[in-house]
Design a protein around this ligand. Structure first.
Ligand code: 13P
Length: 250
């Protein structure tokens, strides 16, 4: 199975920079080698749509409201994303859980709406350094996953992607070790198994946190790693395309 390689651009970009980046991504990311998704900030979804349509590269949003259309200033509803051809939506990124106070319930409700609208939810989970050092990895993963899985029908499991992103590895240059990644992905796989065979068989599990071209191929060989969620390196088309093992050089 091809790896799923997702670029989370976070709060970066401009029309001009994105045009160059998207053009390079289209030229160098080979859809035979990986399934590719790029997630620009909301205002640039229509730009992504016009430049990526029919290229084999999908585009996604970085978050979505847990509520349906109504009086929610500044929020974006799942149905609006469909107007821009969005097929993937990141929910529960740690920069929103820890930076903006999104709760497990809020994240679960967002994931539910994404899937009900026929899109794929990329549910981010992961422990902070304090939680890791306190031996709380399993508890944290269980809480974050079970609250979301409760809201998702097992027959929709193929629309769910889980991204294990240890908070201490995001943007720090400290990639988790092979042992850390295997341990977390195995725990996630077991939680999925206990919940329902559909979740166990169909949900893809990605790793994210300081993935770069020089560590990506090793991470992709770890058991239960089905792909990668890339932050910083996704803004560099050469690095992004190398990470997905498409054309090794420009
Ligand atoms: P970095 O790849 O910059 O560490 O970011 C990871 C991430 O948060 C992707 O969602």
């Amino acid at each position: 199975m091809k790896p799923l390689i997702i670029g989370n651009w976070k709060m970066h970009g401009s029309l001009a920079k994105n045009a160059a980046l998207l053009q390079a991504i289209v030229a160098h990311c080979d859809a035979q080698k990986a399934d590719w998704v790029v997630c620009p900030p909301f205002p640039y979804l229509s730009q992504a749509q016009s430049m990526l349509e029919d290229t084999g590269i999908a585009w996604g949003a970085q978050t979505v409201s847990a509520f349906s259309q109504g009086a929610f200033t500044g929020q974006v509803d799942a149905s609006m994303l469909l107007d821009f051809g969005v097929s993937f939506v990141i929910v529960g990124h740690s920069e929103r859980r820890h930076g903006l106070g999104e709760s497990n319930i809020y994240v679960a409700d967002s994931a539910k709406l994404v899937i009900e609208h026929g899109m794929n939810a990329i549910l981010c989970v992961g422990e902070t350094l304090v939680q890791k050092e306190a031996g709380q990895l399993e508890t944290v993963l269980q809480e974050q996953l079970l609250s979301a899985l409760k809201q998702i029908a097992p027959e929709n499991a193929k629309n769910l992607v889980i991204a294990y992103e240890p908070v201490w590895a995001i943007g720090t240059g400290k990639t988790a070790s092979q042992e850390d990644i295997l341990k977390a992905h195995t725990l996630i796989k077991n939680i999925l198994k206990e919940k329902d065979a559909n979740f166990y068989n169909s949900v893809r599990i990605l790793y994210g946190g300081s993935v770069k071209p020089d560590n990506a191929s090793q991470i992709l060989t770890i058991l239960y790693v089905d792909g990668l969620l890339i932050g910083g390196a996704s803004l560099d088309p050469q690095a992004f395309s190398e990470i997905g093992q498409c054309k090794p050089s420009f």
